[in-house]
Design a protein around this ligand. Sequence first.
Ligand SMILES: [Zn+2]
Ligand SMILES: [Zn+2]
Length: 481
Amino acid sequence: MASFVRKTGKLIAAGCTALLLANAAFAEPPAIQKPSSKADMQAALSGGVSGDRWKEGLLFEGVSPMPWLKSAANWFPGTEDIQPEEMRVTFMGTSPSIRPGQMNTSIYVELGNGDSFVFDMGEGAVANYVAARVALNQINHVFITHLHVDHFGSLPYLWMFGTWAGGWHEQLTVHGPSGRTPEYGTAKMVEGMKTMLGWHVDAFSVFPAGKGWDIKVNEFDFRDNGGVVYEKNGVKVIHWQRSHAKDGASGYRLDWNGMCFVWTGDGRPSNLDIKYAKGCDLYVTEMQTELVEIGSGVQGVPPFLARYTIDTHHTPAYAAGYLANQIKPRMFMTTHMPFDPYQNEEAVAEIREHWKGPFHFGAPDGIVVNMTKDQVWVREGILPDYPNNRSPQFDFSNGQLVVPLPPTSREKIQEPFVREQQIDPKKYYPKGYHPHLLEEWPVKSDLVVPLDSLPENLKGSMGEAWRLKQKNLKALEAKGK
Ligand SMILES: [Zn+2]
Ligand SMILES: [Zn+2]
């Protein structure tokens, strides 16, 4: 800033006058003034408030921010503990086509009892988990709706780097449907992924792995509509078939603590959705806005490809609203959708043809839903572009940190020649600077560190989720849950 003015004996930038005046206001305590009349206070403080005189906008009873939210407009990762009775749902990937603001589909469900679940793990979604301060070793259960790659593309990365980043004590379980024949089932996909990652697994075996490499598959019969996929700690997940051009596409419903979340995955609107999602609190469906002609104009492609894709695979916005009106959730959301200004208003108009209740887009990436039994609130999450990884989270119930011995070493998986060609560090480190290089794993067996030997900062950061879980479980126990 070029222009300076002289004020109160100090040089300040002209644009900072307001700030200076604001600071000046704190120089001495405010003077006490005569209170306004009761009538004036009443007129000002309740002016414009409906009371029960009229219904305000499209907000409904129970759709309101909870008192513990730091901001009712935005969610800032790491600033709010999940409450004991709460379900928090974050949209980590929201579109079938990847672009910077919308990764491939993934929905993160956190429960007040400390459990968390991932529904679909589309390409790129890992970046948003990292930005949302989810340690990759906190992800232990991934439910895949179907095997289109936009719903599982991040699995290889999650498995490899999640193991590297502390996924040593609990293996990753992938839940997913069978196919009509075994080669189209989830187990076969994971087997293929293992083959694809052969080199990577062996290479990363110079690091601790523990149970990390023992990926588990829970493949269920896709025809077993209403079948239970998962049941533990009061959490139950069921599945049903979706009509998505090929057999082996499923929808999921999670029930916990008297609340319910549905993610349909992809598919045409169906009676099965109504049957299994009926009355659910948070109903999330995939949705394609039916703007085929406009969309084709914008994208510069012939409209029949979109038309054919929607009509054979997807839920158009009119149908999404129709389904919501049958299911009658406390909050209805759509995701796996383009989030574009030229489409959004139309999408809402199409949805509103049938559904007049609470509705939000589950897009773009980072949308957060807080839900309790009486309240639900949807906000924009602020996901940073350059976050750090959250430190790995460990269960410290046994009072120790255990770092497993790596399964292999460089000597076992690399011929000596190329290692011998490495330049002598003395040649590039400046005089007087030579770090102690860790060229061998420093211990010969599992490293077991009692908690009281662990530096405070590490104990604090790596036990954060575990401590919150203990606290919430105690609160739930006190309420007899
Ligand atoms: Zn998809
Ligand atoms: Zn699909």
